[in-house]
Design a protein around this ligand. Sequence first.
Ligand code: NDP
Length: 255
Amino acid sequence: MSLNRFDLSGRNALVTGSSRGIGLALARGLAQAGAQVMLNGRDPIRTEIAAAALRDDGLAVQACVFDVTDPDRVADGMMHFEARMGAMDILVNNAGIQRRTPLLQAPEDTWAEVIETNLTAVFRCGREAARLMAPRGRGKIINIASLMSEAARPGVGPYAAAKGGVKMLTRAMCVEWAPLGLNVNAIGPGYFATEMNAELVADAAFDAWIRRRTPAGRWGNVDELIGAAIFLASDASSFVNGQVLYVDGGVLAGL
Ligand code: NDP
């Protein structure tokens, strides 16, 4: 099979939560594969600095600031995207937060914040993008799930519940939107050393546990998620639908 199937030239992509971390790496990777990419985040300065850095590397990148938990701003953001870039071909639902708390002590507002950002916003952004994509009969939606779509750990109950929901939402989107010509899949990252995990990375005992627990024996590098994203965003995955592709160094393969 020709490598042209992975080429994203002429495609327009929105990556939510891409001012840093995994989203920024995926945005860079999609742009390097030829796509024109819109970065997104809530912090205008950070988002614009990230976009400018990618542009300095010769990539076709713009920035659009909105909060994925605000329905009006999401709808505006999608319209703004199409006005500036043209038809949306690819949406990566990446924006996410972590709030660590034991379930026994979990406040209602913490639960609501995590579910709203990590699950409801995936539905919302996906629905808005699908409304644009469906009349054209094509589009790629990639939801960022987690190994916690499959397995929990004490202290991350709201997050695990949301990410488990993202797995099933991906399947629900697939069964409704694949008949309209869309591909909806998810990537399930294992442990990656981003700002979200800063306190875990700094914890020597946790770091040692991750290295023991991961068959590959290490944390992931965010660039190691790019291949999965290009595959799921490109023609190479034209008959792949409703799947979660775990990129976790083998964590979920063993006990
Ligand atoms: P980071 O905290 O490093 O980055 C999160 C990004 O999302 C930032 O750009 C942030 O920008 C943005 N963001 C957060 N909330 C919102 C919002 N309401 N609206 C718009 N943008 C928002 O996280 P990671 O890169 O580590 O995680 C990215 C995704 O990958 C998340 O969905 C996470 O759950 C998932 N994941 C991460 C893993 C890991 O090991 N790191 C493992 C498995 C899954 P700003 O704050 O300026 O809005």
